[in-house]
Write a new protein. Structure first.
Length: 288
């Protein structure tokens, strides 16, 4: 009798060992893909953080620099490593008439162009043509005069008053302590006193920020993310920069250096993780 070959029945599924091997391989692939994704995500986070940090430092120096560049020599009132105060120009005027101890001057835009609450100083350009300025403390309430014939007097002295008569103003310079009465042709400047200060940030605790505002008034935080190494330095007469300038040397300051060490916080720890130093020398403008 011829024997019959045994029938093999096909099995469905995998053995336990095969399943474990497949699971191990799959888990390894998932971990590898996840690691690559996390690495790329961390890389792009660093790129964004770096750009933010650099922008913070540049923004600080540009904002401060835009105001400092217009400051005349002698316009620095206070200078130390954490704060400085300058006389910042608001509007320039030309004397075109004299009446007693007052004067008539052409002020572009007239009184409407002046932020009257911020006027804190009067500048008088040296009549000898040296290009230097003399500064005197004065508010708009002290300087603003009324009455008289500003436009008509200035027209008599050769000024073109057509269509701009309202921009010829009377200024009571005689009430300003220490200021001599300017002559016709003298250039004047109305200025505000602006303070810049590096201090602990209010908006982002744990870092420092730079604040700006009227000298003696409330300061507003406008650039944050600075490290504890951020500081200011000042140059006068030589190429050396100093952290503090006092006395008669304040009138000689002709450059301000901003060392903006800006930091960013990111990464898994959320701590300071990137620093970018930004140093700018800002020569003061309008000087001899």
């Amino acid at each position: 009798m011829v024997g019959r070959a045994p029938v093999r029945v096909a099995r469905a599924g995998f053995t336990m060992i095969e399943a474990l091997v497949a699971l191990t391989i799959s888990s390894g692939l998932i971990v590898m893909v996840g690691a690559v994704f996390l690495t790329q995500n961390e890389f792009f986070t660093w790129i964004l953080l770096r750009g933010q940090v650099q922008e913070n430092a540049r923004a600080m120096t540009e904002l401060v620099g835009s105001e400092v560049r217009s400051v005349s020599r002698g316009g620095v009132i206070l200078a130390d490593s954490m704060r400085f105060v300058v006389r910042a120009p608001m509007v320039q005027a030309s004397v075109c008439g004299i009446t007693g101890t007052d004067l008539y001057a052409f002020v572009p835009g007239g009184s409407a162009s002046i932020d009257q609450s911020e006027v804190a100083s009067l500048g008088v350009l040296n009549a000898a043509g040296t290009g230097t300025w003399a500064f005197y403390d004065a508010t708009w309430a002290t300087l603003a005069g009324s009455g008289g014939t500003p436009a008509a007097t200035c027209a008599t002295n050769g000024a073109d008053t057509a269509s701009v008569a309202s921009q010829f103003l009377r200024l009571r310079v005689g009430t300003v302590t220490g200021a001599a009465a300017p002559v016709v042709g003298t250039v004047l400047m109305l200025l505000r006193k602006t303070e810049f200060k590096i201090a602990d940030s209010v908006l982002d605790p744990g870092v420092r920020a730079i604040f700006r505002g009227p000298y003696g008034g409330s300061l507003v935080e406008f650039a944050t993310g600075l490290s504890t190494t951020a500081q200011l330095q000042f140059r006068y007469s030589t190429t050396t920069h100093y952290k503090v300038v006092t006395g008669v040397n304040l009138a000689l300051v002709d450059g301000i250096r901003i060392i903006a060490q800006s930091v960013g916080r990111g990464g898994s720890g959320g701590q300071a993780s990137f620093a970018f130093g930004w140093t700018v020398d800002i020569p003061e403008g309008s000087r001899a």
